[in-house]
Design a protein around this ligand. Sequence first.
Ligand SMILES: C[S@@+](CC[C@H](N)C(=O)[O-])C[C@H]1O[C@@H](n2cnc3c(N)ncnc32)[C@H](O)[C@@H]1O
Length: 190
Amino acid sequence: MPAWVLAVLIAIGGLAAVKLAFTASIVSVFPVTRGAMFHPSAAVRVKTFLDHVPMAAGALLFDIGCGDGRVLKAAAKRYAVRAVGFEVNPLAYLLALIRTLDMKSVEVRYGDFWKADLREADVVFCYLFPDVMKRLVVKLGAELKPGARVCSCNFPIPGWKPTETLFPESSLHGDPIYLYRFPGSCKPGA
Ligand SMILES: C[S@@+](CC[C@H](N)C(=O)[O-])C[C@H]1O[C@@H](n2cnc3c(N)ncnc32)[C@H](O)[C@@H]1O
């Protein structure tokens, strides 16, 4: 068999293996994620979030379901915040660890964010799913400290009124990004 045919076969096999690992990592954690699967935010969306949510140096940012850690890294680089991410998908967790290896102020925790305590957070970032948001609103209401800000990508927090809704300038990635402030955003008539 010619060498180039072998090289093509190896490349196809490699791609298939990566795809299989990606799918398996998503399926294996489905009971926890409930459909909020690993789908990283586009760079333009991360930038839009950071442009509109300035953070003081040393503030604490949580990304609940941090994927490959891109939001954590971008926020820590731009604002010198402490950025903590929770991730249950083993592949995403590994990518987040690698991505943030050189960032001392970033911590990626392997595990379920429902078990995390959000009381210390100054900013909570999430890109989850509507079904998950219904449950998340209860946790946020019970744990957030006054003044904490929340950013939710694509899906609003049910019953809360955003302080701002952002639409990134992108034909592909222009879905809304909702910003909130606790507790103002969740008061009736807010
Ligand atoms: C749509 S991705 C967003 C990733 C990242 N926040 C971003 O914007 O690039 C949602 C991530 O949340 C993770 N996730 C969902 N439910 C989780 C849970 N209960 N605990 C930890 N991670 C969770 C998924 O594995 C997935 O990687």
